[in-house]
Design a protein around this ligand. Structure first.
Ligand SMILES: NC(=O)C1=CN([C@@H]2O[C@H](COP(=O)(O)OP(=O)(O)OC[C@H]3O[C@@H](n4cnc5c(N)ncnc54)[C@H](OP(=O)(O)O)[C@@H]3O)[C@@H](O)[C@H]2O)C=CC1
Length: 173
């Protein structure tokens, strides 16, 4: 709520709720996009790369650092998409961006301290996963289908934008 604050009754100091900027980045090479999962995610769900901004860092620097830290890739171009505030659990202001890597520079080194898995997915695979209605269904072989965050999440919108226009990350870095 705009203007939210609490006033300490004893010393009258005003406290405003804080929010933490988080960059969430969909990395693409123009034909595939990079998705990852943390062990805390529901089974089978993959999403874009995310991480808290550090103090003193610009959003662009945070995107480059997080992508490098999590999968060892160098981002070439960035394009802002949209933002979304999640008041709980960390009051994160999610800032969503598309990013591209240089052609041919797609070999990933997954940081297993931060991620359970990361991989490149084709346009068809991602478009099919976006249409899945019942993602939690365990398959007969015991695995879970590849699925994506629900529509209310900014990650879903970011991925949907890429499916609709895979070359959308076209602004200069
Ligand atoms: N919508 C989506 O698809 C996704 C959303 N997310 C969200 O993005 C956010 C960041 O993702 P995550 O990969 O965990 O980030 P990071 O890779 O930045 O790592 C999280 C760690 O950052 C430290 N940290 C720094 N600043 C803060 C802060 N303000 N609040 C809490 N921890 C902080 C904590 O470490 P320490 O305790 O050691 O200091 C925390 O464990 C989370 O809120 C997560 O829920 C993440 C992935 C996908």
């Amino acid at each position: 709520m705009a203007g939210s604050k609490r006033v300490c009754p004893s010393n009258k100091i005003i406290y405003y709720p804080q929010m933490a900027p988080v960059v969430i980045t969909l990395v693409s090479d123009g034909t595939q996009c990079l998705l990852a999962r943390q062990s805390s995610f529901p089974k089978g769900m993959y999403s874009a790369l995310a991480g808290f901004c550090d103090i003193g860092e610009s959003l662009e620097e945070a995107v480059r650092r997080e992508v490098a830290e999590e999968v060892g890739l160098e981002v070439e171009r960035l394009q802002y998409s949209a933002s979304q505030h999640w008041p709980f659990p960390n009051s994160s202001l999610m800032i969503a961006c598309h990013a591209t890597v240089k052609p041919g520079q797609t070999e990933i080194q997954v940081n297993l301290r931060e991620l359970e898995a990361a991989a490149w997915f084709s346009h068809d695979e991602v478009a099919t996963a976006l249409r899945r209605n019942n993602p939690y269904t365990q398959q007969q072989n015991g695995t879970f289908p590849f699925w994506l965050p629900p529509k209310l999440a900014i990650a879903h919108q970011l991925i949907k934008e890429w499916v609709e226009k895979p070359t959308c990350s076209a602004l200069p870095a």
